[in-house]
Design a binder for this molecule. Structure first.
Ligand code: KIV
Ligand code: NA
Length: 282
């Protein structure tokens, strides 16, 4: 796949060609995304939910993000690599946001950082961009604000909320972000936001009018959709595969073959000792 940069993403946007974004959290998932030609790999703080087993993204730390982004970095050759700033690492002040963004970029080699918030984070986005770091915004549903929202829910379903989403999106653009995620807003609102901006909107749960799309790796592959542990992906996330049932079948088969002494068979017992060596050993 072609090496991606802010300029190649911009070229897709200018042609009206949808931009592909997928999350990844480690070497294999990043490699899979990169080899398939995904344009932008996002190490999301969704790592807290789909990899670390937390119920929200709030517990994710800077150390978690650095650990996972470093692993993803080793799997990405072509895509633009973006890392989320986790909850609590940038809200206090623009200076804190710059410190965290610099730390993550320097310690991981990510190409850009992403943070949630619009009007309320405009100064922080501008400060990070001024420090020389490419910034990805995130408006609409902002999962780090789950406590204030009272749960994960769609945003912009009233005119008042839709105006807030549009104001946030404009604030992110004016602050100097190169793109922004628009999460869980009605299609028609995402369409208006997309047309109002001149940077790409990357939709998730926000319909088909955005400048690109992002999904969570584990959700789109059905990795957590286990036959005996129904943890369903969000309803907007199409499952392009149902890996959990394949994984479950494979592990059942492994256990059964071990119990039966069918595994390992000859083919999977490759190491030989010559007869005379073996006789001396005995
Ligand atoms: O953390 C994440 O995976 C995200 C995407 C869903 C946009 O922020
Ligand atoms: Na995120």
């Amino acid at each position: 796949p072609r090496k991606q940069s802010l300029r190649t993403l911009r070229a897709s946007y200018n042609k009206g060609e949808p931009i592909t974004v997928l999350t990844a959290y480690d070497y294999p998932s990043a490699l899979h995304a990169d080899l398939a030609g995904v344009q932008c790999v996002l190490v999301g703080d969704s790592v807290g939910m789909v990899v670390l087993g937390h119920r929200t993204t709030q517990p994710v730390t800077i150390a978690d993000m650095i650990h996972h982004t470093r692993a993803a970095r080793r799997g990405v050759a072509s895509a633009l690599l973006v890392a989320d700033l986790p909850f609590g690492s940038y809200e206090r002040s623009p200076a804190q946001a710059v410190d965290t963004a610099l730390q993550i970029i320097k310690e991981t080699g990510a190409d850009a950082v992403k943070l949630e918030g619009g009007v309320s984070r405009q100064k922080s986005i501008a400060a990070i961009a001024d420090a020389g770091i490419a910034v990805f915004g995130h408006v609409g549903l902002m999962p780090q604000a789950v406590s204030n929202l009272g749960g994960f829910r769609a945003m912009g379903r009233t005119s008042k909320e839709a105006i807030c989403v549009l104001d946030d999106a404009r604030a992110v653009q004016d602050a100097g972000a190169f793109a922004l995620v628009v999460e869980c807003v009605p299609n028609r609102v995402a369409d208006v936001v997309t047309k109002a901006l001149d940077i790409p909107t990357i939709g998730i749960g926000s319909g088909n009018a955005c400048s690109g799309q992002v999904l969570v790796y584990h959700d789109m592959l059905g990795i957590l959709n286990h036959p005996h542990h129904a943890k369903v992906a969000p309803k907007f996330s199409k499952q392009f595969a149902g890996l959990a049932s394949h994984i479950h079948e494979a592990i059942l088969q492994y256990c059964s073959e071990v119990k039966q002494r069918d595994f390992p068979d000859k083919l999977h017992s490759p190491y030989r000792i010559p007869d005379e060596e073996f006789e001396q050993f005995l």
